[in-house]
Ligand binder design. Sequence first.
Ligand code: ADP
Ligand code: MG
Ligand code: MG
Length: 930
Amino acid sequence: MQGTSKWVYAFSEGDGKNKLLLGGKGANLCEMTRIGLPVPPGFTVTTEACLAYLRENRLPDGLMDEVRAHLKAVEQATGKGFGAARNPLLVSVRSGSAMSMPGMMDTILNLGLNASSLAGLIEATHNPRFGWDAYRRFIQLFGKVALGVPDEPFDRAMGELKRSAGVTHDVELTAAQLQQLAARFLDIVREHTGQPFPEDPYQQLETAIAAVFRSWNGKRAIDYRRQFKITPEMANGTAANVCTMVFGNMGNDSGTGVGFTRNPGTGERQVYGEYLTNAQGEDVVAGIRTPKPIAAMAQEMPALHAQLMDLAARLESHYREVQDFEFTIERGTLWALQTRNGKMNAAALVRTSVEMEREGLIDRRQALLRVPPAMLEQLLVPRLDPGFKGQPLATGLPASPGAASGMIVFDADTAELRGRAGEKIILVREETKPEDIHGFFAAQGVLTSRGGKTSHAAVVARGMGKPCVSGAESIVVDVHNKVATVGPATLKEGQVITIDGSTGAVYFGEVPTVEVEFSQDMATLLGWTDEAARLKVRANADTPRDAQRAREFGAQGIGLCRTERMFNQIDRLPIMQQMILADTREARVAALDELRPMQREDFKGIFKAMNGLPVTIRLLDPPMHEFLPTVAQLELEIAHLHHFREAVEVLQEIPETLRILSPRLHHQYEGGLAKLLAGLTEFKDSHLEDQLVARKTEVLKKVKALSEVNPMLGHRGVRLGITYPEIYEMQIHAIFEAAAECWREGLDVQPEIMVPQLATVEELKRIHAYVTRIHAEVERVTGVNVPYKFGSMIEVVRACVRAARLAETAEFFSFGTNDLTQATFSFSREDAENKFLPAYYEAGILKDNPFEVLDEKGVGELMKLAINAGRAQRPELKVGICGEHGGDPTSIRFCHGAGLDYVSCSGPRVPIARLAAAHAKLTEPEVRQA
Ligand code: ADP
Ligand code: MG
Ligand code: MG
């Protein structure tokens, strides 16, 4: 590199695309200069010079020679002289790396001032106050940034001066007072550095460039890069931009401001921003005076306003992107000082994408690619009012996005009661269980003190699109006494709280929220995704209502309908329990016969909602004990009943005891006591509580019998289907009957029956035998030959390995990547997330949570193995994914590459997945090369 290196590029020669070399600010100053926008002359010292400086601890040889040569050119272009006593040239030295890091590095303004150039500046501007003010600012800023003098002595000197002058604001100080202050500032620098303030402007410049370079390794900058994961590949070192100073503080025909070419909050096509007359650069941001909206400029300086509109229009038509720019007006002349792509919220991004496409500024591909899929989440769930600034009372994990307020309720039954009465509820639990499901339906949101982002509460809430904060461990929940405590504070049932499932924060009281905005523009953009994407997007939905909503979000089918969710509803759970508790096949079948019409109705509802689209129904999956109370709960209830019996016996002794203790009282209450006694005796003889105890003991026995050491690897999924064929048979019946009825009504039903937890082809063949037999039966009874598909979930490692054989029977595979991830890592999800995964990220062993972002190297390889083997056996094999990963943009990109046909995710994530699927297709390697 030595010898041939070029360290400096004039704004008029630099390559506007080379941000790694010139930094974003520098590259754009070059670009703007190249297309003829009014940029004050200057040059960029490269990031490579910065790296060389940081390596060698000195500026590279030859650099200052190049700087001098470029400065000569600037002097020529401006007609000014650097450090000259007449018409002096002042410059700014500005940091800027390839990635925008606002405020993280340093910039020095007004460089080149010394005793003689200051006199020249005052003479040229006829404004001594302006000159002295610029000088004292320069001494402090240079002192601080380049020489390491702290602010404190400068600020103290300023305070003393104001006190002795009897003024409160800097602007009230006179030229003479500022002159006095500048002298004091020069002394401060000398006291702190042991050297006089550098008078030689070239020495100032050299010191300033080195200081800007050093600011790359300042603590602020390093922290920022770590926080936003900016790697050296993205930005390595900062450039130093040397730019002719222009002055917005030269009177009322001068000013400075910042603008967006479109409104970054709404996307509206109107230049948006603020300006200040008679002010310099940073005054707008610093809030010295209240700036005016740019629209006001149309009245105040109509000619300049027109110039500014023209500048904005030229920026946009060149960059084909919304620009965020800085400008300064010096005595009626407009200068552009910076531009970069504007950061916008999701609503503005979507609107500008659609509008810029219509305006012909960008094409559809660009319109889609400029919206990051994950950002759509902002628009799909209610958010806290952005103006709200309260302190959370506790913080847990952001488990399901969105914000909700409501009254605290500690159990699902109460939640259902109060929810039905129209009240807004937040269900607060230590953790949730499948039997709490009705509480979820009734609640606005869910808060748990335990459990990770894939805990039951989190998964169910996400599926329903309800906000959830999980694992807020500082909250101690006492469900029994219906209170929770957070430090010294107590939360009672009925108190209002607000949870923000996007951040994990929990607040006291009701915080205002902003509702979902599913705009026409969003619909348009999402419409384009379906043209662009190859992957289809389906939804996980368990009820007709969820299915309807998923369809509104643009789901192209249901990828996972979990039938067990239906059994947890209040009217079905008792029948389900009867079925589980049944001792004989007959008793079990009787209970199942009761459930069958209910399932049929559920399926009909879902088929209707999804008319014309495929619906994948998973046969019963969870272990049976999930539908029963826990051992602890039953033992507690039985103990209660025994106590009750003892209490009755004690009560029966009251009349006799009272007679001995106080015959008077006994006489007085004799009648009432006799009645009570009769009642108690009758109750006792009825043996009601005995019956209940007997029933509960029976259930307890069953629960104990069903208990497994490791239920998630136990008697569940297809294993249930094999050992209790009547359960799966009932479900298959219900599916075909519902389909036949819908078919008769003229609907286009496309059921896909899916078997969970499959490990061997023999299991699949058994279930397939039920399916073909029942299909024929239903056809015989209804006369309808229902079209359907039969397939397997792939969530067991063995199933991946045996995929070729499975595909002989299965017409589709659906990867259940939650279980498959558990099985591949041999991590139990809940334990992993709560116990050791955080330590794994910290230690750098894992980069992402494999339960959130698909583990491509492990789980992904297994998937590819299964897909290839399956398709070799059955080329038309349909392949999808229905784990949580189906809604994660990174995982969706992998699924696209691996050749899946569809991804399936929770309803509210469908738009995100559609956009991610389009991105995956639009950025696949072949397209990029073309
Ligand atoms: P940042 O990256 O923190 O915005 P800048 O380098 O853009 O830092 O500069 C800080 C402020 O000084 C901005 O308001 C900018 O417009 C202003 N500024 C920078 N250079 C000049 C200049 N040559 N003339 C006038 N104002 C300038
Ligand atoms: Mg700036
Ligand atoms: Mg599973």
